[in-house]
Design a protein around this ligand. Structure first.
Ligand SMILES: Nc1nc2c(ncn2[C@@H]2O[C@H](COP(=O)(O)OP(=O)(O)OP(=O)(O)O)[C@@H](O)[C@H]2O)c(=O)[nH]1
Ligand SMILES: [Mg+2]
Length: 248
């Protein structure tokens, strides 16, 4: 990981949206859990209206740029000269490979609204403007919680478009804020539903994860779910860089 002091570590902010009782708080527990912060109290940075939990995310700084070795020409004039060049090319290749694997640490804050609290509109809008990624949460046992996600998404998305892309409409046309869709309570599902086409994830071109929020292994390292989460967090960091939040 790149050497940085805590002072220089940036923060990406993720908003959790979903109906009451779908599992947002349990999902936040799961998302923010780490070896260094095993209990909610060690990773909570709470607020009056929000439960905020934080974790570290390692962002690959050369994402999408594999190192390219500088090949030596086969028509080199002398073999000693060519082996010298080959040696220096190997060193260059190794240095690039190391650089390619460099990880930049980011704090990721997960904002989970306390549904019992009514947050003033101005506070809510200020938070939405600074959001770098959205997780839409629904209950697999109650598909109306899935269908309501469109309504829940509209206002935050509008705020993000207005302040980060500096435009009002159409809000989903250009590259929008990264979105991940999560279906919870997989453990309680009696029959595995057929994958619905036309779900909100498909409409938004977003990844979807189905899981049991109460099982710590649901996001186990190197699992498919963890891969989707990592990709989403990397995209949130990209969004933060390409469309930075303005200071007010
Ligand atoms: N079996 C099972 N129970 C779950 C799962 N996710 C959440 N629950 C339970 O569902 C209930 C509601 O979960 P919460 O995380 O509090 O839901 P929430 O969305 O934060 O609800 P509000 O804060 O009221 O908006 C709790 O009793 C959880 O233990 C899951 O994946 N499997
Ligand atoms: Mg909650």
């Amino acid at each position: 990981m790149a050497q940085q002091t805590i002072k220089h570590v940036s923060t990406a902010r993720i908003l959790l949206l979903g109906q009451a009782g779908v599992g947002k708080s349990r999902l936040t527990d799961l998302l923010a859990r780490s070896v260094d912060t095993p209990t909610p109290s060690t990773r909570s940075v709470g607020d009056a209206w929000w439960n905020v939990q934080v974790r570290l995310h390692e962002y690959p700084c050369n994402k999408g740029m594999p190192p390219t070795p500088e090949w030596t020409s086969s028509s080199s004039p002398s073999s000693s000269h060519s082996s010298e060049r080959l040696g220096s090319s190997c060193k260059l290749f190794r240095r690039r490979a190391e650089a390619a694997c460099d990880m930049i640490p980011y704090f990721v804050e997960f904002y989970d609204l306390k549904s019992s609290m009514r947050m003033p509109r101005e506070h809510r809008n200020r938070l939405f403007r600074n959001i770098d990624g959205i997780i839409l949460v629904y209950d697999l046992l109650d598909m109306s919680s899935h269908d309501n996600l469109h309504d829940l998404l509209y206002h935050p998305l509008r705020q993000i478009c207005r302040h980060r892309h500096k435009r009002l409409r159409p809000i989903l046309k250009r590259r929008h804020v990264p979105i991940l869709v999560v279906g919870t309570k997989l453990d309680m599902l009696k029959t595995r539903r057929l994958r619905r086409s036309g779900g909100i994830a498909g409409q938004l071109g977003a990844d979807e994860i189905l899981l049991n929020c109460l099982d710590p292994d649901s996001l186990a390292e190197k699992s498919r779910n963890e891969g989707k989460l990592r990709k989403f967090l990397n995209n949130a960091v990209d969004f933060k860089q390409y469309f930075p939040a303005r200071r007010y």
